[in-house]
Write a protein that binds this ligand. Structure first.
Ligand code: FES
Length: 208
């Protein structure tokens, strides 16, 4: 169980309604041991009830990240950046804890996460595929390569395959224009990729 220190009372907006946020000292994270679901429970006022499926050490990690930035609302982007590096993505549950720590509304955090394409609410696959769509790669057929990955994986850009193995994204020039079109699978770089070479690349990860 983790408790928080005192700050002033603030208002926050949730999807359901505008509610008054109790003093942080009144908010306690409680673990429901049967379901492993954590609740924010406002000890006295009972007005904040946000269920999050995060383990206690993950919640603590978010607290540590926010504390590194002095729990300042103005550091939200840095906090999100570091949280995404830590968790790989930013699910609603993580956003809610960040909102609480920085004393801002969950709607505000969600707005920032969805505004910047860098942030994602979808977990990446074990083998994230990034197709370079920079100018050199584009003129040498990156779009057709991308289409082939979409077809083979049956996912769109920004999505993850059902088995959680592959996710698909685009990025700008990776500095290997001489090898265009270029794709990355994790850290591994593949150059001069043609649409008919896509299947072989995916097959290389079949048994991994
Ligand atoms: S444009 Fe793709 S590597 Fe430069």
């Amino acid at each position: 169980m983790i408790s928080k220190s005192l700050t002033d009372e603030k208002s926050i907006k949730t999807d359901e309604a505008k509610i008054t946020k109790p003093e942080v000292k009144d908010i306690i994270y409680e673990m429901d041991k049967t379901s492993s679901i954590y609740n924010y429970a406002a000890a006295e006022k009972g007005k904040v009830k946000v269920k999050v499926k995060l383990s206690e050490d993950k919640i603590q990690k978010i607290h540590d990240i926010c504390a590194n930035f002095n729990n300042e609302a103005g550091e939200l982007i840095n906090v999100l950046h570091q949280s995404q590096q830590t968790f790989g993505y930013l699910p609603a549950e993580v956003q809610e804890v960040i909102a609480h720590c920085l004393n801002v509304s969950t709607a505000h955090v969600y707005g920032v996460v969805t505004f910047y394409s860098y942030f994602t609410m979808i977990p990446k696959g074990r083998f994230p595929i990034s197709v370079c769509t920079g100018t050199a790669c584009y003129v040498r057929g990156a779009e057709k390569v991308l289409e082939e990955f979409k077809k083979q994986l049956n996912i769109a850009v920004g999505q993850t395959s059902d088995d959680g193995k592959f996710s698909l994204s685009c990025l700008r020039c990776v500095g290997a224009c001489g090898l265009a079109p270029v794709i990355l699978v994790g850290e591994k770089v593949y150059g001069r990729v043609a649409p008919d070479g896509v299947k072989a690349i995916l097959d290389a990860y079949k048994d991994k």
